[in-house]
Write a protein that binds this ligand. Sequence first.
Ligand SMILES: Cc1ncc(COP(=O)(O)O)c(C=O)c1O
Length: 404
Amino acid sequence: MFKINENYLKLPGSYLFATIGKKVNEFTQKNPDKTIIRLGIGDVTQPLAPAIINSLHNAVDEMGTQEGFHGYAPDLGYEFLRSAIAKNDYESRGANITKDEIFVSDGAKCDCANIQEIFSLDNKIAVCDPVYPVYVDSNVMAGRTGTYDALTERWSDVIYMPCTKENNFTPELPKETPDLIYLCFPNNPTGAMITKDELQVWVDYANKVGAVILYDAAYEAYISDENVPHTIYECEGARTCAIEFRSFSKNAGFTGVRLGFTVIPKDLMCGDVSLHSLWARRHGTKYNGAPYMIQRAGEAVYSPEGKEQLKAQVAYYMNNARTIKEGLQSAGYTVSGGVNAPYVWLQTPDGMTSWEFFDYLLNNANVVGTPGSGFGPSGEGYFRLTGFGTYENTLEAIKRIKKM
Ligand SMILES: Cc1ncc(COP(=O)(O)O)c(C=O)c1O
């Protein structure tokens, strides 16, 4: 008789977005005349930029010709895309990453969920709290996290690094030594950032204790401050301790197109085994490459027109984030994020829980956001709003919130 992977049964139900959906449905059924504004979404809303559409069209046409047809993509991704990434995302920032250290994929979510496969099951992970849930859940599925305590909402074998207003939502070095450290900056959900000096402390620490930093830089394009690193490889020594995940979802609107990449420097070793070679083996065995047309679309992200159009798109979302942040501040809320990230993190007023504030906002302003407690226990008492809506809706939402 077959057996299932029982680790899956340990996963506590992720009721966050299902519960939000249910509450919103109930509300609309009771109040059909009310218009709901959704500022909880982590998905983009603007159409793909013209430079990307052109490139997609051209690649589609090419695929219909004998000489332009492309089958399986090369394991690491097409050279034209990896070269553009190496030049624009790394060389231009003084980061020493070569094109053959880049693995093209169909997005950061799968990569940051799958990367744990190349590490031993007895490695201990450290995560921020609150956190993007994929890092923890993928380790639960693998059987690396011990037992779950529903009361504290924590796993026995995970090191949690609380990110609260006391530490400016940036974690402190953990007391217990981890093997794998998940960091995400600019951060989802808090919108917090890390300075280059602060990140250097983590790189030095990881090199000292022999840990690997799994660095999720999916929101890199939203950085506006000079002292915030765009890649962990701006830090000295990161080549021997860090893996970086990147996505085209939020910098270029590819959430439905799907493209991302992972960087593993060849200097990252465990004894005499290179992690680059392990991931190359895994990638080659379990993945057959992002489509040629999508990789061509990705190449257009780095063209002069693409860069200009996407800068405007990011500015559009960041203008929304600023509108939310400033609007909330002027209404007396305590707010952070929204400067180097499209996420605004607000403290719920009058000691309300995250879910109480969710109901309050839905009922009184007909605005939907995301309760902070859904991202981890340290998110309790907080609430996430995003700049990914339209400008008109964002303005209207803030107007309504101010009237509450
Ligand atoms: C922190 C973080 N990493 C990764 C992803 C997923 O990126 P992708 O769309 O490339 O899979 C998201 C998406 O919301 C995210 O917030």
